[in-house]
Ligand binder design. Structure first.
Ligand code: GLU
Length: 481
């Protein structure tokens, strides 16, 4: 082992939302760097000006901060290897492109989009793979090409892909070999003076001292282009680890059509960052003790091991995330902490003073912080009660009216409004009249809450409050009479 410090990075493009796939890759890069006492860098790859979205960069950093994945170096965090935004490094790329041209490893191409389209159509018709036919390489000497450039002609610069093979030992996939015959003469510098991803990624990973490139498997087919560039530029090659692609439950690539993929929207829906991270850790990796929960970020940094990564696409199953989040709410956070956190997820008119009263009743059923408002709305809001529902299990309107009246009188007379006293009074009435328990209790639940499924009946009646419960009973009586 050399003493080179381990440096990893993510290189998101600011083209829209901050994607959970980015957080997934960030998590593993972060853990690997931290485990080795190294640095984790965030570089913004904004060279594709057509896909650039204003504000997208800010959202990436907001999302990472929420998740607690703190970069050592970035546009926001600074660092010695900046600028960390590719659009600010154009001259650097141009220098290296020039070097490649001088060496004969890259060449100018003046082909119009029409010519390229015709060429592709012909290749398609002949069932050949789409590849640039090297027309400009064969037509112009370097001197002629430079004259055309000087005369102001539009051009791109292409990599001259050498014959042979690229081979590397991927930390997740083992030995990978790709024949260059499959590889197009990739554009390195576009006509707008911006580098393509392939050129910029190699130059930046090198200049920023990146030792391990851990990225999504969708980049495997690009890696040979990068390896050629490393060789031609004389840069040492980093280690590669191509991470399995996250999938929808139907095994297709995780997409926003089938899943919510925005990190910030998971925050807004009331997921805890530590639960989302724990969930992401287990996509493609398993804990050495097969532990699933709770695994903190600190523990992950300690126990993460690349050898425990699997190659096949892990499924992003929101049900599992809900389960995980619920477990964090119940078993990791205290009720006081949950009570504090739910406050950001409540409608305006919510009686916040009642949170401690409601929370123990619904915590078991909460998957997210946002669930709290939905599960407790009937405690304090007017709720529609379908009185037909009260007449189940053979109960007549007369019986139900009598039950409601007697229950109301008994509750009204309680010296103390506690779930224990409510329970004693209700059970005494049931025994006195030998009412059927199933019918009577379900009827009470419906009359008090408008719902069939609620937290335990007496605690619920208690939490709704005497006045509101008696009001609901009175309304039911009136409708049934
Ligand atoms: N900009 C690329 C992306 O958006 C980075 C790929 C890489 O990590 O090399 O995913």
């Amino acid at each position: 082992m050399s003493d080179t410090p381990i440096r990893t990075r993510i290189a998101p493009s600011p083209t829209g939302i901050a994607h959970v796939g980015t957080l997934y890759i960030a998590l593993f890069n972060y853990a690997f760097a931290k485990q080795h006492g190294g640095q984790f860098i965030v570089r913004i790859e904004d060279t594709d000006r057509n896909r650039f979205v204003e504000g997208a960069e800010e959202v990436i950093f907001e999302a990472l901060e929420w998740a607690g994945i703190v970069p050592d170096e970035s546009v926001v965090h600074g660092g010695e290897y900046g600028p960390y935004r590719q659009s600010e490094r154009l001259e650097t790329y141009q220098q290296y492109v020039e070097q490649l041209i001088e060496q004969g490893d890259a060449y100018y191409c003046f082909c119009t989009s029409e010519r390229l389209a015709d060429m592709r159509a012909a290749q398609q018709a002949a069932k050949q793979p789409p590849k640039y036919d090297r027309h400009c390489l064969h037509t112009y000497s370097l001197e002629e090409a430079r004259q055309k450039v000087a005369a102001g002609e539009q051009y791109v610069v292409r990599l001259r892909v050498p014959e042979g093979k690229s081979q590397w030992t991927d930390m997740i996939r083992g030995d990978v070999e790709i024949d260059h015959a499959q590889i197009d003469d990739q554009v390195l510098l576009k006509s707008d003076g911006f580098p393509t991803y392939h050129m910029a990624v190699v130059v930046d990973d090198h200049l920023m001292g990146i030792t391990h490139v851990m990225r999504g498997e969708e980049w495997i087919s690009s890696t040979p282009k990068h390896l050629i560039l490393y060789e031609k530029l004389g840069f040492p090659v980093p280690q590669y680890a191509h991470m399995p692609l996250l999938r929808n439950t139907d095994k297709s690539k995780l997409s926003k059509r089938k899943n919510d993929v925005s990190i910030v929207s998971y925050r807004d829906k009331g997921y805890l960052p530590q639960a989302l991270l724990n969930f992401l850790m287990l996509l493609g990796w398993s804990h050495p003790d097969n532990k699933e929960f709770p695994i903190s970020l600190e523990e992950f940094v300690r126990v993460f091991d690349m050898d425990r990564m699997q190659k096949t696409g892990p499924v992003f199953d929101v049900e599992k995330l809900n389960w995980m989040n619920g477990k964090y709410l119940r078993e990791v956070l205290s009720q006081t902490e949950v009570a504090e956190r739910v406050q950001q997820y409540l409608p305006e008119n919510y009686p916040v003073e009642n949170i401690p009263l409601y929370l123990p009743l619904v915590l078991d059923r909460m998957g997210t912080l946002l669930d709290f408002a939905d599960l407790t709305d009937f405690f304090y809001q007017d709720t529609a009660i379908d009185t037909d529902q009260l007449l189940k299990k053979g109960a007549t309107p007369e019986l139900v009216v009598q039950q409601l009246q007697e229950t109301a009188t008994a509750l009204e007379a309680l010296p103390e409004w506690k779930h224990e006293t409510i329970e004693t009074a209700v059970r005494a009435l049931q025994e006195l009249h030998t009412w059927k328990k199933g019918q009577y209790f379900m009827m009470l639940r419906l009359a008090a809450t408008g719902r069939k499924a609620t937290p335990p009946l007496f605690e619920t009646i208690h939490a709704i409050g005497k006045e509101r419960v008696l009001g609901r009973f009175a309304d039911c009586i009136e409708t049934l009479r």
